[in-house]
Design a protein. Structure first.
Length: 71
């Protein structure tokens, strides 16, 4: 009975990872556009864009490690 639950939990966490990955990508793209369109971007805006990029790529690496496929 415990082994069946492991597959169920993996599926649940993989779905959450995919959802978080999609949200992080959207946020990173928004931040990147803000920096590109601003005449003089502030350091805070640049740091937010860099942080969003780091979060997205760390989630992407985790998805690769888990071999998660997005449908």
């Amino acid at each position: 009975m415990l082994f069946r639950r492991k597959g169920w939990l993996k599926k649940e966490y993989d779905e959450k990872l995919v959802k978080d990955l999609q949200e992080a990508k959207i946020f990173w793209e928004q931040q990147r556009v803000f920096v590109q369109k601003s005449f003089e971007p502030s350091m805070e805006l640049i740091e937010q864009a860099n942080t969003a990029e780091a979060v997205y790529f760390s989630l992407l690496n985790e998805a690769k490690k888990r071999k998660v496929r997005i449908k």
